[in-house]
Write a protein that binds this ligand. Structure first.
Ligand SMILES: Cc1cc2nc3c(=O)[nH]c(=O)nc-3n(C[C@H](O)[C@H](O)[C@H](O)COP(=O)(O)O)c2cc1C
Length: 396
């Protein structure tokens, strides 16, 4: 049986094309076979002989001999994933508008599996309305458009537009080759911190970066779900392709989730919702000269997760239990009390503002699963796979 995964790598005329051989090597090390397709502009930016040697496959260009006449169809049938990397503004525009004027764009039109796009361009181009609109079109059609990196660009400018590190792109490609275990499911995710106003300028918030929520959104998208994220003002960007409802306070978040909940199949509550808010919001700004000391009266916010647990009909409901020194027993009790199907327990010490976290996945009628300290991206993928295993009838 052929168990090797197959990626068609579309290389376009961006300066980052020189990184393509390294990407092919990385994918090869993970057992992925790669066939490279170059646009005419890419041919002067990366060595075809190098690509041929590292991929152990012929390299496909518009200058193919007649024997390769149907290369676009052959490649579309061969590949399980089309990875366009680097993706120029030009090719992104062509893909968004269904233009087929070279081998890569023609192949993309006939490609029936997933397409991952790794953009790379100058900051002004990236921020331009045209590029952003085209990316929106591609994401809305199911393509996975990766974020760009920030830093110094080949042109010397500083800002967003750099190609992500090839290691990260290889990870995304591997994840995109993974089975679509949530195909057809509507997933609702809450993410990031909430912010409670004290007066016109001051707020109470928390240290949540929104990374866990963003990684869950990414993993759910890769698993084929239709994803909506209700997000507080988080520092970490959400992936393209999900519907975002921005909120600030816990009350805003509750209102948005209550509205969206009935239509979802799976709800993952990853937001750090403020438990308390000021009893009253002061008008204007309180000045230092107003008093020598100031104490705030706080009142409890409604428990959003508990409310969703009560409203639950057919949905799978997943909560996070963040505590000082995560306790499995406390998380299991919380899962029961709030009528959840799964609870992820993690410790404040390892979870806030970090890239990696350790966690315990607690599910009804199953032994707890301890996940050793892991990248939040990998943890999110595990959580999504475990959610997909929860049988429909268990939450009727
Ligand atoms: C040296 C060089 C570097 C370039 N780098 C980029 C780039 O990083 N991103 C981009 O969108 N365009 C870049 N361009 C412009 C594209 O090559 C140009 O838009 C071309 O039409 C793209 O064709 P393709 O999308 O078919 O490969 C670069 C051009 C040159 C000459």
């Amino acid at each position: 049986m052929d168990t090797v995964q197959r990626v068609v790598l579309g290389i376009t005329g961006g300066i980052a094309a020189y990184k393509a051989p390294q990407l092919i090597r990385l994918l090869g090390k993970s057992g992925v076979a790669v066939k490279a397709v170059l646009t005419p502009s890419a041919r002067s930016l990366v060595g075809e002989e190098t690509l041929r040697v590292v991929s152990c496959n012929p390299v496909y260009t518009d200058a193919l001999p007649a024997s390769f006449d149907m290369a676009h169809i052959e490649l579309a049938k061969w590949g399980q994933l089309l990875l366009v990397c680097p993706a120029t503004a030009n090719t992104i525009a062509k893909l968004a508008h269904g233009i087929a004027d070279n081998l890569l764009t023609t192949l993309a039109l006939s490609f029936e599996h997933r397409i991952v796009i790794a953009p790379a361009m100058n900051t002004a181009m990236w921020n331009g309305a045209g590029v952003q609109a085209n990316i929106g079109v591609l994401a809305s059609r199911g393509a996975i458009v990766l974020p760009v990196d920030e830093g110094e660009l080949a042109c010397g400018d500083l800002g967003p537009g750099r190609l992500l590190p090839v290691e990260t792109i290889a990870e995304y490609a591997l994840a995109a080759l993974a089975p679509r275990v949530l195909a057809g499911k509507k997933v609702l995710i809450s993410s990031g911190p909430t912010v409670e106003a004290i007066d016109a300028v001051r707020v109470i918030s928390n240290r949540s970066s929104g990374k866990m929520g963003a990684m869950l959104a990414r993993a759910a998208l890769l698993a084929g779900a239709d994803v909506c994220v209700v997000s507080g003002p988080a520092a970490f960007p959400l992936p393209g392709g999900c519907r975002v409802i921005p909120v600030r306070s816990a009350a805003d978040m509750k209102a948005a989730l209550d509205k969206e909940f009935a239509a979802c199949d799976i709800c993952i509550m990853a937001a750090a919702v403020s438990d308390f808010r000021p009893a009253a919001v002061l008008e204007g700004k309180k000045h230092r000269s107003d008093s020598s000391a100031w104490s705030l009266d706080l009142v409890a916010n409604p428990d959003v997760l508990e409310g969703l647990g009560r409203a639950k009909t057919r949905q799978v409901l997943v909560g996070f239990s963040l505590d000082s020194g995560a306790s499995e027993a406390a998380a299991a009790a919380k899962m029961k009390k709030k009528n959840c199907d799964m609870m992820i327990a993690n410790a404040v010490e390892s979870a806030m503002e970090t890239d990696a976290t350790a966690a315990t996945i607690i599910c009804k009628d199953k032994p707890a699963e301890h996940i050793a300290t892991s990248d939040k991206r990998k943890l999110a993928e595990v959580i999504v796979r475990r959610i997909a295993r929860i049988p429909e009838h268990s939450h009727e």
